[in-house]
Write a protein that binds this ligand. Structure first.
Ligand code: ADP
Length: 258
């Protein structure tokens, strides 16, 4: 995928900025972002991760970061990002108390996010992943316009409702001229741990169809895997805890594609 025509290819020393987006919440967007970021770091890529999901920041929890200690600033008043599993991370969760909701209006969200990109001492990075808030509203549009995003990855479950909304997300990115780097189908089939039979709880193949429809790469199917829930809850991503599982292998292959 790193050929001349790939939408996320960029020249110069700027990190390639790639957004991870979903039409609605709960489809596993943050899980995908966290696992891909760690898979990239483990493959030697210098990667930063912006948890732009201001209202529901879950990346620090998934990567076992302590959010009780306020972040340090450097001499230039830039925030020093936290680091976990070789990934540099900034998140709203580091700036608010655990039980304090982020009650912010759209323009404030955009302001914080600009700060997350520009006022953080990222150092030398190859890639900066933006885990966008779910949805296709004003905030997402503002974000897509505010940053030089080279490509957007759309995460969807195979359920019809999720796919319909994913299509909306794809169109939104088109409107703001952000190329689609690919579609990921998450929670795609469940393999019974006792008998090995695969059940397609949320149907299957919809993500692939959408990708074929609009002629963008289909990046992969991630199965439903209870180990993903456990690893996320324990602050250690699946690509570290179960690197040989089919889901982790898919994360590694997607990380190589981007
Ligand atoms: P989003 O960022 O889209 O809101 P999350 O990444 O927070 O979604 O995931 C929502 C829940 O689903 C979490 O508990 C997560 O562990 C779980 N989850 C995500 N992907 C999978 C998967 N492939 N298999 C099993 N559980 C998953």
């Amino acid at each position: 995928m790193k050929n001349k025509t790939h939408p996320t290819k960029q020249n110069g020393n700027q990190p390639r900025m790639i957004a991870v987006s979903s039409g609605k919440g709960g489809v596993g967007k943050s899980t995908v972002s966290a696992n891909i970021a760690v898979a990239m770091a483990r493959s030697g890529v210098r990667v930063g991760l912006v948890d732009a999901d201001i209202y529901g920041p879950s990346i620090p929890g998934m990567l076992g970061l302590d959010t009780n200690t306020p972040p340090q600033m450097n001499d230039e008043n830039k925030v020093i990002p936290s680091e976990a599993f070789g990934v540099k991370i900034i998140s709203m969760a580091m700036l608010t108390a655990d039980d304090q909701p982020s009650i912010l209006r759209g323009p404030m969200v955009a302001k914080y996010l600009r700060m997350f990109v520009a006022q953080v001492e990222w150092g030398e990075l190859d890639i900066l992943l933006l885990d966008l808030p779910p949805g296709t509203g004003d905030i997402q549009l503002t974000l897509a316009q505010a940053f030089p995003i080279l490509g957007a990855v759309i995460v969807s479950t195979p359920q019809d409702v999720s796919l319909k909304i994913a299509r909306r997300g794809l169109r939104m990115m088109e409107q703001v001229n952000v190329p689609i780097a690919g579609v990921i189908e998450n929670m795609s089939g469940f393999t019974c741990p006792s008998c090995g039979e695969v059940s397609h709880i949320f149907h299957q193949g919809g993500g692939e169809e959408i990708a074929a429809d609009i002629k963008v790469p289909f990046l992969g199917k991630i199965p439903l895997d209870p180990a993903i829930v456990d690893s996320g809850d324990n602050g250690s991503p699946l690509v570290v805890t179960n690197p040989d599982s089919p889901a982790a292998q898919t994360f590694y292959s997607i990380a190589k594609e981007l």
